[in-house]
Design a protein around this ligand. Structure first.
Ligand code: ATP
Ligand code: MN
Length: 464
C-alpha cells in the first residue's frame, strides 16, 4: 500500500498528479447527481482531505454511499483543484477501497461535539478527533524540540533507571515494586515484612525523578539530560497532576543557580517557538476552539524576559496584596497554586522565576545559601499553570549535605554513592525538572492534564 500523507497532498501536490491516500472517514455526503463527497483524515495534519467519488465507480452503490464516520479507506485518484472553500485541492477518486467498516449505530466518535469527560472513556479512539490529533502532534513537536535543544548544546541524553531504591525527595509518594505474594509476604522475627526476600532483596519503587542518578553522570560528562516516565503516588486529584508523567531533567556541572535559570528560560522559549513554527495549523485550532489566548500568550512570552524574584519578595507581595487566600501565606510556608498564579498572572503578566526558598520546605540536596535559612532553589511559574519547572543548585559540600540529611531524618549511608560525588572531585552543579504534560497544557490551553497524555493514570483510574 504505497500511500502518501494527506498533509503532502494538501501542501505539495499540484492538480494533475496522481496520489494514493489512506485514512478514516470524517464525513460522507451523497448528492443527488450521483456524487459522494467524503472527507478523510489520516492524522498527518489537522485538515481533512476531500474525496469526490462518482457513480461510475464499481462499488459506488454497494459501498461508497454507505460510508460513515470512522470507516477506513484507501483511495487512489487524481489531484484536482477544489471547487469548495477552505482547501486548495481535493482528490477525484479513481478507485476507493473500503478497508474497515464502522457501524454508525455504535461508533462512539460521531461528527458532533463530545465532552472531554466522555472522550476520556474512549481514549483508544479519541485520537481520531481534531483536538486529540492536534494534542498528539504538539506533544510530538515538544518532545523533538526538547531533544534538539539539548543535543545542539552538547548535552548527553541519559537513561536513568525506572526502578529505584532511592526516594529522591525523601518524602512518600512512591509506588512500590514487589513480587512478594500479596497478603502472604514472608515476615522477619519481629513480624514485619521481610523485604530481603523480595525480588531485589530490598524495598524498590518506581522512580519519582532521575535527578540523583543524573547528577552522577553530570559529574563525569558535564551536561546531561534525562527524559522519561516518572511516577508519583500523590493523591492529588487536580487538573495538573498525574500519577505517571514524563519529565525532562537536565543536570549541568560547573553551573550555579543563575546559570540554571538562564538555561531554563532559553529552553522554554526554544520549545515554544519550535511548536509555533512546526504546528501552525494545530496552534490556530487551539486558539480558536480551546483557549482564545494561547497564541497571544506564546508571542508575549517569547518577546519578554522572565521576571526574577526571590521567595522572600514574593511572599512580601502576596501578604501586601490585600487578597484573601484559601491557603495561608507567610514566610516559611510553601506557595500554593493560587499564590503562584497571582504572581505570574496578576502581578507581572509573564513567566516568573522565584528563587531562594526556605530550606525547611525544600529537598535535602538543594544548596544551602549563606544566610543559612534559604536554599538555592528555583521554580519557574507561568500563567494559568503555575509551576512548570522546579530546579536547584545542588549541595556540593559533603559536610553540609550530611548535616541536612540528618536534619531531615535521612540516613546518609543509604545515599553513600550520592555522597561519594562530594567526596571525590566535587563540583558546583545544578539542574531542573520540567513536566512535559504541563508544557503541553500551557502551549495548547487544554484545561485538564488528563487530556494531554494518551492514557492518563490518576488516583482510582488506570483504564486501557
Ligand atoms: P507541584 O507542586 O505542582 O506538585 P512539585 O513541586 O511536586 O510540583 P517537582 O518535584 O519540582 O514538582 O517536579 C518537577 C516538575 O515536574 C514540576 O515543575 C512539574 O512540571 C512536574 N510535575 C510534578 N509533579 C507532577 C505530577 N504529579 N503530574 C504532572 N507533572 C508533575
Ligand atoms: Mn508535587
Amino acid at each position: 500500500m504505497n500511500r502518501i500523507l494527506v498533509k503532502t497532498v494538501l501542501e505539495n501536490l499540484n492538480p494533475g498528479s496522481t496520489a494514493t491516500v489512506g485514512g478514516w472517514v470524517r464525513t460522507c455526503r451523497v448528492s443527488k447527481g450521483g456524487f459522494a463527497f467524503i472527507t478523510i483524515n489520516d492524522g498527518s495534519c489537522l485538515a481533512a482531505l476531500q474525496i469526490v467519488a462518482d457513480a461510475t465507480l464499481a462499488n459506488y452503490e454497494g459501498e461508497i454511499v454507505k460510508l460513515s464516520a470512522g470507516c477506513s479507506v484507501l483511495v487512489t485518484g487524481e489531484v484536482v483543484e477544489s471547487q469548495g472553500k477552505g482547501q486548495r485541492v481535493e482528490l477525484k477518486a479513481g478507485e476507493l477501497r473500503v478497508l474497515g467498516w464502522a457501524d454508525p449505530a455504535d461508533y462512539p466518535i460521531q461528527p458532533k461535539h463530545h465532552t472531554m469527560e466522555f472522550l476520556r472513556t474512549q481514549a483508544h479512539l479519541r485520537a481520531r478527533t481534531n483536538t486529540f490529533g492536534a494534542v498528539a502532534r504538539v506533544r510530538n513537536a515538544v518532545s523533538a524540540a526538547i531533544h534538539e535543544f539539548f543535543q545542539s548544546r552538547g548535552f548527553i541524553y541519559l537513561h536513568t533507571p525506572i526502578i529505584t531504591a532511592s526516594d529522591c525527595e525523601g518524602a512518600g509518594q512512591l509506588f512500590r515494586v514487589s513480587t512478594l505474594p500479596a497478603g502472604q509476604e514472608p515476615k522477619d522475627q519481629a513480624g514485619a515484612i521481610d523485604w530481603s526476600q523480595d525480588f531485589f532483596a530490598r524495598k524498590a519503587y518506581l522512580t519519582v525523578s532521575g535527578q540523583l542518578e543524573a547528577e552522577t553522570y553530570a559529574c563525569a560528562l558535564g551536561n546531561v539530560y534525562t527524559f522519561g516516565p516518572t511516577f508519583r503516588a500523590e493523591n492529588s486529584n487536580t487538573p495538573r497532576h498525574l500519577a505517571e508523567f514524563w519529565m525532562v531533567e537536565p543536570e549541568m556541572a560547573f553551573c550555579d543557580l543563575q546559570g540554571d535559570a538562564r538555561v531554563a528560560e532559553e529552553f522554554l522559549k526554544y520549545v515554544f517557538s519550535a511548536v509555533l513554527t512546526r504546528c501552525p495549523d494545530d496552534m490556530q485550532f487551539f486558539n480558536e476552539r480551546v483557549d482564545k489566548t494561547v497564541l497571544a500568550t506564546m508571542e508575549h512570552v517569547l518577546g519578554n524576559d522572565f521576571v526574577r524574584l526571590s521567595y522572600t519578595e514574593a511572599v512580601d507581595r502576596l501578604v501586601k496584596s490585600g487578597k484573601t487566600w484559601n491557603y495561608p501565606i507567610q514566610w516559611g510556608l510553601d506557595l500554593q497554586t493560587e499564590h503562584e498564579r497571582y504572581i505570574t498572572e496578576e502581578v507581572f503578566g509573564k513567566p516568573v522565576i522565584i528563587s531562594d526558598y526556605p530550606a525547611s520546605i525544600k529537598a535535602f540536596y538543594m544548596r544551602m545559601n549563606d544566610d543559612q535559612k534559604t536554599v538555592a532553589a528555583m521554580d519557574v511559574l507561568v500563567p494559568r499553570i503555575g509551576e512548570i519547572i522546579g530546579g536547584s543548585q545542588r549541595e556540593d559540600r559533603l559536610d553540609v549535605l550530611n548535616e541536612r540529611m540528618r536534619a531531615m531524618n535521612l540516613e546518609p549511608d543509604s545515599y553513600w554513592w550520592y555522597c561519594d560525588l562530594r567526596r571525590y572531585g566535587s563540583v558546583p552543579h545544578a539542574g531542573f525538572g520540567l513536566g512535559l504534560e504541563r508544557v503541553v497544557q500551557f502551549i495548547t490551553g487544554m484545561a485538564n492534564i488528563r487530556d494531554v497524555i494518551p492514557y492518563p493514570r490518576t488516583p482510582r483510574s488506570a483504564e486501557f
